[in-house]
Design a protein around this ligand. Structure first.
Ligand SMILES: Nc1ncnc2c1ncn2[C@@H]1O[C@H](COP(=O)(O)OP(=O)(O)O)[C@@H](O)[C@H]1O
Ligand SMILES: [Mg+2]
Length: 220
């Protein structure tokens, strides 16, 4: 589902990723970890085509990212659900409208939008918050809405960059439970985190980055 082959990325003179090769299988849930500055976010930006690699090839959800025309990027992105720090909720729109937005852009009829929004809200246990505004919700609730928004388009792959970053342990557990549920339904998930607690007691694969190099996890 995700294949990186010898991918490198340098910003100006700063090497962010160096010769990364890794594969995430269809239906897998895997983690990317490493200290701050290791290259985790850069890796996710490459997968979302927000940045281009300097070298190497990258395949995600059946698309060869290196060969993709810019006009095809929106189609690829429909197959990817993202929970990124810079993809915040819109504070002047209700929870319902925040989640519905991506479906409206695709021209889906409102009746179906309503069904799908309520179904993802139910999944994150926040159906009663549909008419609330983001700033009236707790940090954990806002993050659950962000997750609901990321999956309402039924992506085949989900990318979550530090999804529990600012949350306490209880919310962290709740978020991980939601990810497991999404993964059990068949979505491939890659999670970047510097928090070992998220994967320590799981049998999931962990890719360890240090200084832009993959130092552990390339083998299955
Ligand atoms: N837009 C950018 N311009 C220049 N350097 C950057 C940029 N984004 C990230 N970097 C650098 O690339 C390296 C990897 O950063 P990043 O991918 O954000 O790591 P992580 O998410 O693991 O903390 C760091 O040295 C960082 O300072
Ligand atoms: Mg980061």
């Amino acid at each position: 589902m995700i294949i990186l082959d010898n991918v490198s990325k340098t910003y100006d003179y700063q090497v962010a990723l160096s010769n990364i090769s890794l594969t995430v299988e269809k239906g897998e849930m895997a983690f990317v970890t490493g200290p701050s500055g290791a290259g985790k976010t850069t890796l996710f930006k490459l997968l979302y085509l927000a940045e281009k690699p300097d070298e190497g090839t990258l395949t995600i959800a059946g698309f060869n990212a290196a060969d993709l025309k810019d006009s095809a990027i929106p189609y690829l992105r429909r197959n990817i659900g993202v929970v990124f720090q810079d993809f915040k909720l819109l504070n002047n729109k209700t929870v319902y409208d925040n989640i519905a937005l991506a479906l409206r852009i695709r021209g889906i009829v409102e009746r179906e939008i309503k069904e799908r929004v309520h179904s993802v809200l139910k999944m994150v246990n926040l159906r009663h918050k549909a008419d609330s505004y983001p700033l009236t919700l707790s940090g954990g609730e806002q993050q659950r809405i962000t997750i609901a928004r990321s999956i309402v388009g039924e992506p085949t792959v989900m990318l979550a960059d530090e999804p529990t970053g600012n949350l306490d342990e209880e919310n962290e557990k709740e978020i991980m439970k939601i990810f497991k549920h999404i993964n059990n339904k068949g979505t491939t998930i890659l999670i970047a985190t510097h928090n070992r607690a998220l994967f320590e007691n799981t049998a999931k694969r962990v890719f360890l980055l240090e200084g832009g190099r993959l130092v552990k996890g390339e083998e299955k």
